[in-house]
Write a protein that binds this ligand. Sequence first.
Ligand SMILES: Cc1ncc(COP(=O)(O)O)c(C=O)c1O
Length: 434
Amino acid sequence: MAFEEIRSLAAKVASDIASGPIAPRVTPAEIRAHLATRYDFTTALALDDVIADVQQMLRQWQVHVTHPRHLGHFNPGVTPASVVADTLVAMYNPQLATWRTSPAANEIERHTLAWLAAKFGLPADVSASFTSGGAEANLSAVIVALTRAFPDYGEHGLRALGAAPVLYVSTEAHDSFGKIAHMTGLGRGAIRTVATDRHLKMDVGDLARRVAEDRRAGFAPFMVVGTAGTTGAGAIDPLPELAQLCRAERLWFHVDAAWGGAAILSPRLRGHLAGIDGADSITCDAHKWFSVPMAAGMFFCRHPEATVEPYTSSVQWSRRFIGLKLFLALAERGESGYVEMIEHQAYIGDVLRDALRRVGWRIVNASPLPVVCFTRDGLDPTRFLAALHERQIAWMSEVRLGGGPPVLRACVTSHRTTEADVDRIVSEMARLTW
Ligand SMILES: Cc1ncc(COP(=O)(O)O)c(C=O)c1O
């Protein structure tokens, strides 16, 4: 089959996006009027015409996260091989709920996950699954940790427990844990927010104090979440110390490495993730720094439970063949190709830091990963960003770190971002009026 056509279409779309605007100028009314006038679904339309129109809508009316000057959240530029993979999946539509319905797809996922689990230093019998994203992987971690700590949770729910379970995250952890506490019935009040040090890493002393206090007050601590690459500042919590404390206190140690986990491939960066091999479970997203399209998260668990059939180990029931995009992209580029992509982005992060400093911006975070938070006196981030987006210079976001004032946040998350892009962004920012 000639998948070369899809691959070259994906490459063409990527280069077309790179030469156009990043952020849309549109109102909901404009899009709704367009849809209402064309699509009442009473008559059949020619597919080619609809595809052309949809492409035009997507081209005009979205923030282009695959644009080389998109320095936004953790959404990446995608590799053509991963686009081919999603096409294949849609065509064959394998059902991964059970092994028997999709032996090939299940084994391809297993093979890919085992490769990454070994990189994290997890044992060979690890249980792992692809998820819809990091939030689902974190949800899986909380459910598994709760079930292991309180075997009655599955059958009788939280009501049956003698003490109220609590879990610990840092002030910089991802907000998905609030949602998860809500969904699992723990309640948001079960989340203990541990202080961070001046580099925004979890303060292990504060954690130990909070655990002791909670035990004295009759709560039941069961889990600690360390983040390897916080969403705001790319901080990496002290994983070895957290692993040690969790072992001593018999707490489940989950590492949320949704974005930063990809650094494990890089000989230059992997040292920053030391201690991740002590985790009971890990979240790592393929749809972040592994440069594949959404939705592709991964959940790794050191303690294989009843994992005979995938539906017993995944939040999802019917399950799409999520893992093929990572498998195909990895097979095409090889590990060394991935190391190159990841280290390139880390290097561009350094280039961006240096370029910003040279023209007087103050860098306010310390991360070995390519996320740069910066500010200067008198900055109004909201107005600055509105002007930046309006002029199509780049797409960035604002963030509050450690409860401080909002600052600008730029994350290099496309393997296509170059030094020339950084030069252009920094010099155009210098001329920006807002
Ligand atoms: C550290 C961290 N964990 C979890 C998530 C949630 O991941 P997803 O959006 O894939 O559900 C994010 C999203 O940015 C994140 O940064």
